[in-house]
Design a protein around this ligand. Structure first.
Ligand SMILES: Nc1ncnc2c1ncn2[C@@H]1O[C@H](COP(=O)(O)OP(=O)(O)OP(=O)(O)O)[C@@H](O)[C@H]1O
Ligand SMILES: Cc1ncc(CO)c(N)n1
Length: 265
């Protein structure tokens, strides 16, 4: 069985972060490994508190994983401080990790800030150059490119700028602002649009975590990047289309939409 590692924060509401990643990897047929960067006290209406792992304890988790079950792909999500980012970058280099997907998580769907301002530089200098693909949404792409994005042409310019700056592919997500379900992949000097069917579902908590984990799962299984993005979009469309409705805010998706009924021996 292929394996994928998520390095991310825990979401107590189960819809984003490590929990979304593990469900996504499992649903996509790979064995999920995890290293927790932080605990968040969070639900569908917001984040009330964050408790960071120490850099030492994060390094211990990464050593434990890489020296035993070497992951076929790695997904990185919420990492709130420069010290934790530096720890991850050093360990990924030490072990020669492959197929690294970085979701540059900065702000939660609910508006909570998940990355400290002083950590943006560490993210850009240490982690982004290790990535095979980055998956920013529009506000994140604006910060990483230093440009304002108002339309599809701006998305293309920003993705190209980020890709050239950090030497990796960039999947800029149209998200909830421009072309809801249309994402742009910029790689090797050219852009390709992945058009999605817009699903009228207000419950989008954890969509970014889910998409990046689905891409990592497909890379782990040996698919090329274009195919991995295509398959990840099909997966997230299925999870959104299942129309789960939990909680008082923007709720989680049904990651297990393809499971049929209860397990019986
Ligand atoms: N209503 C929708 N219908 C279909 N696909 C959608 C919809 N909303 C988002 N998506 C898709 O979900 C994926 C994640 O994109 P999104 O822009 O929501 O990420 P994000 O803003 O990083 O997520 P998060 O809210 O978890 O931080 C993308 O592939 C996007 O096209
Ligand atoms: C732990 C965690 N990671 C990422 C996100 C982004 O959706 C979130 N809300 N919570």
């Amino acid at each position: 069985m292929r394996t994928a590692l998520t390095i991310a924060g825990s979401d107590s509401s189960g819809g984003a972060g490590i929990q979304a990643d593990i469900k996504t990897m499992t649903a996509n047929g790979v064995f999920a490994l995890c290293a927790v960067t932080a605990l968040t006290a969070q639900n569908t209406t917001g984040v009330t508190d964050i408790f960071d792992s120490t850099p030492h304890f994060l390094a211990e988790q990464l050593d434990a994983v890489f020296t035993d079950i070497f992951p076929d792909a790695v997904k990185i999500g919420m990492v709130s401080s420069a010290e934790l980012i530096e720890t991850i970058a050093a360990k990924l280099k030490e072990y020669g990790a492959k197929h690294i997907v970085v979701d540059p998580v900065m702000v939660a769907t609910s508006g909570a800030k998940l990355l400290r301002d002083d950590a943006v530089t560490a993210l850009c200098e240490k982690l982004l150059p290790l990535a095979e693909v980055l998956t920013p949404n529009i506000p994140e792409a604006e910060i990483l490119s230093g440009m304002t994005i108002q339309n599809a042409a701006d998305m293309e310019r920003a993705a190209q700028t980020i890709s050239e700056k950090y030497g990796c592919a960039v999947l800029c997500k149209g998200g909830h602002q421009i072309n809801d379900a249309d994402d742009l992949l910029w790689r090797d000097g050219a852009g390709k649009w992945f058009k999605g069917r817009r699903i009228d579902n207000p419950n989008t908590h954890g969509t970014g975590c889910t998409l990046s984990s689905a891409i990592a799962s497909n890379l782990a299984k040996g698919y090329d990047l274009d195919t991995s993005v295509e398959r990840a979009k099909a997966y997230i469309s299925g999870a959104l289309a299942a129309m789960l409705d939990l909680g008082h805010g923007s709720g989680p998706m049904n990651h297990m939409f393809a499971l049929k009924g209860d397990f019986v021996e």
